[in-house]
Design a binder for this molecule. Structure first.
Ligand code: BGC
Length: 498
């Protein structure tokens, strides 16, 4: 990209983080130290006969999910920080907090330290998720905004894969401290993010938002690599002027004018989590163990899904600005639906309701194949687009608020699914896959009818897509009752799509 000195993928810690947890929660020394009751259950000491219920421990899931709860709360603070001090500072702060969390986890001597460290990781995640996608969408020229923004998801998937590989290795370390290495290595991406953010330039939008008009223009020239940026700069300037008239971004986003942004910023992350992806991502080792793969084989399977996740994300990098967001969403939806139904049927028939049956090697491989195809479907649709679309649809005046909704809803449902999964597996059994398939069906219908294509539309001109949409256009004509004298930023800019 011409003259662009910014880079993508500054969400390194997030990707590594919790994902490593899915691995350590199936490591015996870790469980023995912090969750001995799970070990008893695993060894059937408690008389638990049902395979599906082997790992059901509220405390264990609370450990996994507490990070997301912390991130959920943190993103509201992060939204104010990102608006007031800039995107760069948010990333920097998130990196530092994350670093402390990783260290605390690695040296944890008791459950309190373990959970405290994890809460700090969550705060780091909240700040990174708030600032990175917005940063990328603001920096990118409209033509390649999708591909650049997906750098964020790319980093997430590489982090998950790295975590899987690290777990695979640390699981084999004798002496029972492998889990410490796993958790402690989260400090590496945290350091990358902290140091990296110091060298990143700030976005022109954020500079304008904070009143640095001249600096903003220079920055736009620098990142576009050309001198003639007047037209684009005028759009950014108008957008920021409009934004300045808004005193309450939170109240503002509830105006009818912003109804599409409000609804989509809520529903996209909600649906993303109800694809069921994190059942696979967090608990792959546990899930595969339950399905009868051995301890090592199950980590290996998790590595395989990790590789698929990375490679399939690449597909979306190349397709998103060419074919658009909608087609990826819809294709991914169909693929995930078929795979989930398939997995549910195989497990139901072969594994039985009580988990008393077993999977032959052939059937276990087939399930692994279905799960990989499902992960691929997610990885080129809801995975990256779940971050891209909410970050690009809001005008500047409600962008931070919209992103905070996106992150908090994402974290809330990541938390809830993380928390509920082991009991859901225990109670719904193979029906769990039908449950998520139902959601995938509903979300695909939603995309089909309610999400207009955002490909190639300049970020401060997005209002055009709502004005032309069969459903959302009626909201664009509604009176703004909260902020008189001000509409969307688009009202003051020239309407054109690129
Ligand atoms: C989601 C995560 C998920 C990951 C899997 C992300 O977009 O937000 O919850 O674990 O994709 O690759």
């Amino acid at each position: 990209m011409a003259g662009g000195s910014y880079n993508v993928g500054h969400d390194a810690p997030r990707q590594y983080d919790g994902r490593v947890t899915g691995g350590v929660t199936s490591m015996e020394p870790f469980l023995k130290k912090f969750f001995p009751s799970v070990i008893h259950k695993m060894n059937n000491d408690s008389g638990e006969q049902n395979e599906y219920c082997k790992f059901d421990s509220q405390l264990l899931t609370l450990f996994t999910s507490s990070l997301y709860l912390a991130a959920l709360v943190a993103c509201f603070f992060a939204s104010v920080v990102t608006r007031t001090f800039g995107r760069k500072f948010s990333m920097f702060f998130g990196g530092i907090v994350f670093l402390i969390g990783a260290i605390l986890n690695a040296i944890a001597g008791n459950i309190v330290m373990l959970i405290l460290g994890r809460l700090l990781l969550g705060v780091g995640v909240g700040f990174a998720n708030q600032s990175v996608p917005v940063y990328l969408s603001e920096m990118a020229p409209a033509k390649i905004r999708g591909a650049l923004n997906i750098g964020f998801q790319m980093a997430i998937t590489i982090g998950i894969l790295t975590a899987n590989l690290v777990n695979y290795w640390t699981n084999s370390i004798k002496g029972g401290y492998g889990w410490r290495i796993s958790l402690g290595l989260a400090a590496v991406p945290a350091l990358l993010m902290t140091v990296g953010s110091v060298f990143l330039p700030e976005t022109p939008n954020s500079l304008l938002e904070r009143g640095h008009t001249e600096k903003a223009k220079q920055m736009l020239r620098k990142i576009r690599g050309i001198d003639h940026v007047d037209e684009e700069f005028q759009d950014l300037f108008d957008a920021s002027e409009a934004a300045k008239q808004v005193e309450h971004p939170w109240r503002n986003i509830t105006n009818p004018r912003y109804r599409p942004q409000l609804v989509i910023s809520f529903l996209i992350p909600f649906f993303q989590q109800f694809t069921g992806i994190n059942v696979i991502m967090f608990y792959a080792p546990v899930l595969f163990k339950t399905l009868g793969f051995g301890s090592d084989a199950s980590l290996m399977s998790a590595v395989i899904t990790g590789v698929v996740n990375v490679l399939a994300t690449l597909v979306s990098v190349f397709c998103v600005d060419k074919f658009g967001r909608r087609i990826l969403f819809l294709e991914g939806g169909v693929q995930m639906f078929i795979c989930q139904i398939g997995t549910g049927i195989v497990l139901g028939l072969k594994f039985g309701v009580g988990g008393e049956g077993s999977l032959s090697k052939g059937w276990a491989d087939f399930v692994l194949f279905l799960i990989c195809a499902y992960v691929a479907g997610f990885a080129w649709s809801w995975g990256p687009l779940g971050w891209l679309v909410p970050s690009e649809i809001s005008p500047l005046e409600v962008r931070s608020a919209g992103q905070a909704i996106n992150v908090s809803v994402n974290m809330l449902f990541t938390f809830m699914i993380g928390q509920a999964f082991l009991s859901m597996l225990c109670h719904l059994k193979f029906g769990l896959f039908f449950f998520f398939a139902g959601f995938v069906f509903i979300m695909s219908i939603f995309i089909f009818f309610f999400l207009p294509e955002t490909k190639g539309v300049a970020i401060e001109e997005m209002h055009v897509i709502w004005e032309e949409h069969w459903f959302w256009k009626k909201y664009m004509k509604m009176e703004d009752t909260h902020n008189s004298g001000h509409g969307s930023s688009g009202a003051s800019t020239s309407a054109k799509s690129v």
